[in-house]
Design a binder for this molecule. Structure first.
Ligand SMILES: Nc1ncnc2c1[nH]c(=O)n2[C@H]1C[C@H](O)[C@@H](COP(=O)(O)OP(=O)(O)OP(=O)(O)O)O1
Length: 166
C-alpha cells in the first residue's frame, strides 16, 4: 500500500527511542558497517545505536562508534534527523552525524564489520530503504529532516526536507 498524504500525523507523533548514526567520509570513501546483531542485523548502515539515559546524542554517537568500530570521529557535526514511524516496534528519532576524519583503526567487533565504500558505489540495495533518500544529502554536506513510515522492513511513505537548521 502506498500513501500520497502521510498516514501519520507528524504534529502529534512522539518518538519513543532516541538513536544516532555516524558517517565518516574521508578521501572519497565512506566508512560503513555490516551490522551483526539487533535492529537491522545483516544490513549495511553507519555505526550508531540507541542513546543511553543521561547521554547527549553527540556523546552517544561517539560511544557507539568507538564500541562498534574502535574509532573516534574528529569534529563530528549533526546534519540530519530521521523520524521513523515503525508500526510494529516503538518509533525512533535518529540524530545523524558526519565527520571527515577519525582516530584509531576500523576493527571488527561483536557488533559490526567495518566496510569502506567509494562514494560512487554505496550499496543502497543492502541498506535500509530510506537511506537513499537522505544519505546523498549528507554526502553533499546538506542538512535534512527525513520522515518515514515503515511496516516491518518495508517503507510505506517518505518525505525529506533540506536546509534545516540544527
Ligand atoms: N530505517 C532506518 N534507516 C537507517 N537507520 C536506521 C533505520 N532504523 C533504525 O533503527 N536505524 C538505525 C538507528 C540506530 O543507529 C540503529 C538501531 O539501533 P540499535 O542497533 O537497536 O541500537 P544499539 O544500542 O546498538 O543496540 P543494542 O545494544 O540495544 O542491541 O539503526
Amino acid at each position: 500500500m502506498s500513501f500520497i498524504s502521510s498516514p501519520v500525523d507528524w504534529t502529534t507523533w512522539t518518538p519513543v527511542i532516541p538513536a544516532t548514526l555516524m558517517f565518516i567520509v574521508k578521501d572519497g570513501r565512506i566508512l560503513l558497517i555490516e551490522k551483526k546483531r539487533g535492529l537491522g542485523a545483516g544490513k549495511i548502515n553507519g555505526p550508531g545505536g540507541k542513546i543511553d539515559a543521561g547521554e547527549t546524542p553527540l556523546e552517544s554517537v561517539m560511544r557507539e562508534t568507538q564500541e562498534e568500530l574502535c574509532v573516534l570521529p574528529i569534529n563530528p557535526r549533526k546534519l540530519g534527523e530521521l523520524w521513523f514511524s515503525m508500526g510494529d516496534i516503538p518509533d525512533i528519532l535518529c540524530h545523524v552525524y558526519r565527520a571527515d576524519d577519525f582516530t584509531g583503526t576500523p576493527t571488527e567487533t561483536e557488533e559490526a564489520v567495518p566496510l569502506w565504500y567509494s562514494l560512487q558505489s554505496i550499496p543502497y540495495q543492502r541498506m535500509w530503504e530510506d537511506d537513499i533518500h537522505w544519505l546523498p544529502l549528507l554526502l553533499e554536506d546538506k542538512t535534512f529532516l527525513g520522515k518515514f513510515v515503515f511496516e516491518g522492513d518495508s517503507m510505506q511513505w517518505s518525505h525529506v526536507e533540506t536546509g534545516v537548521a540544527w
